[in-house]
Design a protein around this ligand. Structure first.
Ligand code: YXS
Length: 259
């Protein structure tokens, strides 16, 4: 594999993000390999899958691969986007998916981490959701992930400021399950995995599906859905979105004009 490494330990599967040249950016190539690994672990009935990064990197993932963000008037986060596909695959995985976070987490990778069933982070971890930095029209399903996981004011602060929050604060606000000093991190992840492996797998798979179905039960009218889509369309067709993308590659601050 070119972008990830995988390990198998009895009923546990481990996916290591391993694309250091672009800080584990969630490229379609990396996401395709992650998707195949999740399919293989599900077929092998691995009741726990861990998504981690090699400790050598101080970035868990830099988020969606910005090179692959469409900016020609097409929705960059449409339903069939490879990141959206992997989020749905994590949500429907027949077992527990744990994000083991060492280093910083950015943008769509933050959505991926909170879509996992649990997050265990060490003292180097930070979390940022960054569409406002790039002028991106985040998708409505993605916003719902943060509403389901966080107090509304915290979710709003993260989206409006696009600033990272520390692991300590992430624990206080309930974004992560455990905040572990780096030296004890691997042992804690292993301990939690082994506890889950020791429980009844059929019950675990039932709970996973019950949580997913009930969590996604938010209803909005078709008219409201279309209205939000139109608001998103105005953003992803804006000059600001193009400015956000260009500023990243030109390594300069964006100059947003609100149009
Ligand atoms: O210049 P080279 O070729 O060496 O490449 C650089 C970066 O361009 C590349 N890289 C990325 N490439 C594609 N997509 C990315 N998201 C991305 N991030 C980084 O990796 C090489 C090393 O980057 P550099 O020099 O900045 O590394 P660093 O260690 O100084 O800083 C690490 C980061 C992660 C703090 C920094 O790279 C960074 O701020 N990256 C962008 C984080 C971000 O804003 N991600 C959001 C992506 S868009 C997304 O996820 C959603 C759609 S949304 O924004 O809506 O949430």
């Amino acid at each position: 594999m070119q972008y990830i490494e995988i390990e198998r330990q009895d009923k546990i599967g481990v996916i290591y993000l391993n694309s250091p040249h672009n800080r584990n950016a969630l490229s379609s190539g990396l996401l395709a390999e992650m998707s195949d690994a999740l399919d293989a672990f599900a077929a092998e009935e691995r009741i726990v899958t861990v998504i981690a990064n090699k400790a050598v990197s101080n970035v868990w993932s830099a988020g969606h691969d910005i090179n692959e963000l469409e900016s020609d008037g097409i929705d960059p986060l449409h339903y069939a986007n490879s990141l959206e596909n992997i989020l749905r695959k994590i949500e429907t995985y027949p077992g527990v998916v744990i994000a083991a976070i060492h280093g910083s987490v950015w943008g769509g990778a933050c959505d991926l981490a909170i879509t996992c069933d649990m997050i265990i982070a060490d003292d180097t971890a930070t979390f940022a959701i960054t569409p406002a930095k790039l002028g991106i029209a985040y998708n409505t399903w993605g916003v719902l992930h943060f509403i389901n996981k966080l107090p509304l004011n915290i979710a709003k602060e993260m989206f409006f400021t696009a600033e990272p929050i520390s692991a300590e604060r992430a624990l206080r606000v309930g974004l992560i399950n455990h905040f572990i000093r780096h030296e004890n991190f691997r042992a804690k992840v292993e301990e939690i995995c082994q506890t889950i492996v020791s429980r009844a797998p059929l019950s675990i798979r039932l709970f996973k599906e019950q949580f997913r179905t009930l969590t996604n039960a938010a209803t909005i009218s078709p008219e409201d859905f279309e209205r939000l889509q139109e608001l998103r369309r105005r953003v992803y067709r804006s000059d600001d979105y193009k400015e956000g993308i260009n500023s990243f590659f030109e390594k300069r601050k964006p100059n947003f004009k609100g149009k």
